[in-house]
Design a protein around this ligand. Structure first.
Ligand code: DCP
Ligand code: MG
Length: 382
């Protein structure tokens, strides 16, 4: 049995996990359509006003036909679709719906890992309903969410989290897709590398240069070649390209930070280039924060720099928002500690759950190595 499919049982035997990844369809927009059926069939977005430089949080599938998507400026969205109806978000309503969805999940398993208000992994390996058929459990969950909450949900069913998450997108909206253990090789063969978690813009470009387009291409490389090209990420790529992922569904992890970072093709030589690069990271951070703002509150802002010699330093301050001037000040303080070229820059915020139930996926947290109880600053050797 392949490593990524196995889970240990008490007597030391191994068996396959059954994971369902659930993701509601155009979540905020679905709730708004549910509450105002006159909106159904029309292009709608939920977000800020175009007049006040608002952005789209999400939009329904009719609006997506016009090229509108999450995080787009509402003004741009309106330009693309002059008839677009833009609705202000009502977070409280979405939180209530999220709790209801969880009541449905709880009927089938206690092993639930929420990723955001509308998304969760469920481990149903021990669920006896429907003779243990994860496919039928997923259908039942979708039906019950439709009845109880009045919105649709898509599901991916697979032997691990990585495949389940990709599969839930396959028949979206209002659909589900199963990857059986016997189908994994075929499924990942055709999978574009861009679909792999952790493959961002820079890595994707590099893979393109190396003519690595699908997981089948990645599989042709040895572990040594993968780590030569992609450093410590190489090992993970080796596993993912084979459809392996042994991460358990975790019910306990709490999101501790939200951040973005970038490793630059050419080192940033001085503070001015660092400042400019930092400003460019901010929209991406804002985008990630939008997704979690309902369940998290900001406690600190921080900036991380990795100098060309791999020495890393992090500077942070107490804060309740993402003030760009604060980030610039932190960046200057960090740079002053090294006064040498910078290969990686990160910006982020430390967060706490806004309610004890607001658990989330640590995969948003790209700063896992940072200590949690941070002093004002810390410097790490490589
Ligand atoms: N969200 C947000 N800002 C973003 C992305 C998302 O405010 N940049 C909010 C609105 C979404 C919700 O989070 O409704 C869930 O995000 P998803 O990425 O799951 O997107 P949707 O559920 O809206 O659409 P999909 O059908 O693609 O899952
Ligand atoms: Mg969704």
């Amino acid at each position: 049995m392949e490593a990524g499919l196995a889970t240990a049982t008490e007597n030391g035997q191994t068996r396959q996990r059954k994971i369902i990844h659930c993701d509601c369809d155009c979540f905020y927009a679905s709730i708004e359509m549910r509450d105002n059926p006159a909106l159904v069939g029309k292009p709608i977005a939920v977000g800020g006003s175009p007049e006040r430089r608002g952005v789209v949080a999400t939009c329904n599938y009719e609006a997506r036909e016009f090229g509108i998507h999450s995080a787009m400026a509402s003004a741009t969205a309106r330009r693309l679709c002059p008839d677009l109806i833009i609705i202000r978000p009502d977070m409280e309503k979405y939180r209530v719906a999220s709790q209801q969805i969880h009541t449905v999940f709880n009927r089938y398993t206690e092993l639930i890992e929420p990723l955001s208000l509308d998304e969760a992994y469920l481990d149903v390996s021990d669920c006896a309903a429907f003779e243990g058929s994860a496919t039928r459990i997923a259908s039942a969950i979708r039906e019950e969410v439709r009845e109880l909450v009045g919105i649709t949900l898509s599901a991916g069913i697979a032997p691990n989290k990585f495949l389940a998450k990709i599969a839930s997108d396959w028949n979206k909206p209002d659909g589900q897709f199963v990857v059986l253990p016997s189908e994994i090789a075929d499924f990942v063969d055709k999978l574009p590398v861009k679909k792999l978690h952790g493959v961002g813009k820079v890595t994707a470009k590099k893979m393109q240069r190396l003519k690595l387009h699908t997981c089948a291409d990645l599989r042709r490389l040895t572990p040594q070649q993968l780590s030569e090209h992609f450093g410590s990420f190489g090992e993970r790529l080796y596993e993912l390209s084979r459809g392996n992922d042994n991460r358990p569904v975790s019910t306990e992890r709490i999101r501790k930070s939200v951040s973005v970072e970038n490793t630059y093709d050419t080192d940033l030589p001085d503070i001015d280039t660092c400042r400019a690069a930092l400003i460019e990271l901010l929209p991406k951070l804002a985008k990630r924060l939008e997704k979690v703002e309902a369940e998290s509150v900001i406690r600190k802002q921080f900036v991380k720099l990795k100098f060309h010699d791999f020495v890393t330093t992090t500077v942070e301050m107490l804060s309740r928002d993402t003030n760009p001037d604060n980030f610039l000040t932190l960046c200057e303080q960090g740079f002053a500690r090294g006064e040498r070229a910078v290969r990686l820059l990160g910006v982020g915020v430390r967060v706490e759950p806004s309610s004890p139930n607001a658990l989330s996926d640590p995969t948003y947290d790209s700063d896992k190595q940072l200590p949690l109880a941070l002093s004002q600053c810390d410097t790490e050797a490589p």
